[in-house]
Design a protein around this ligand. Structure first.
Ligand code: PNS
Length: 161
């Protein structure tokens, strides 16, 4: 059985993430989306909120589960009995960091391989930080995230101001 983890911060989940999730769920038997809790960044949304958002956007995909995790990605992959880590690659700017992370993880545990999916072209520019930035200036984020996620981002930004 092929099982993969797709880790990230998902602050918030975007159409780019959803594209990678759908395509990976077609490749593996089971996909576990890992939501990083102890991030060096200070996320807009709590881990619980990010998990809930991911559950809502993946509810029609039967082989996907969502789990929050702390610590090393490779330990999380092991705890899930996953053989693969999935990462999306948008542009060459992602490459250096992703290569370093994949190689480090492979040194730590050679049994877990990283699979890169190139992001669909229509989402190649898109990141959660762009979404937060546009939303913070009251810009329209409806082209970047599903409608109900856009409302949640707007609410969160309003609460903070
Ligand atoms: O959505 P992001 O911020 O690009 O995701 C980054 C993530 C969560 C995949 C990465 O920061 C991570 O795996 N963090 C856990 C700690 C770890 O294992 N780091 C990699 C060792 S090189």
């Amino acid at each position: 059985m092929k099982k993969a983890v797709y880790p990230g911060t998902f602050d918030p989940v975007t159409f780019g993430h959803i594209d990678v999730i759908r395509r990976s769920a077609n490749i593996v038997d089971e996909l576990v989306i890992g939501v990083l809790v102890n991030n060096q960044k200070t996320p807009l949304f709590t881990p619980e909120e990010r998990v809930e958002m991911l559950k809502s956007v993946t509810k029609d995909i039967p082989n996907v589960t969502i789990v929050a995790f702390n610590g090393l990605l490779i330990d999380f992959a092991k705890s899930q009995n996953a053989n693969f880590v999935i990462r999306g690659l948008r542009a060459v700017t992602d490459f250096e960091y992703e290569l370093q992370m994949a190689q480090t993880n492979r040194i730590i545990d050679p049994d877990v391989d990283t699979i890169f999916l190139t992001t669909s072209l229509e989402y190649a520019y898109l990141s959660s930080s762009t979404v937060r930035e546009v939303a913070s200036f009251r810009g329209d984020i409806s082209k970047f995230v599903p409608e109900h996620i856009a409302r949640l981002v707007e609410q969160k930004i309003n609460q903070m101001k």
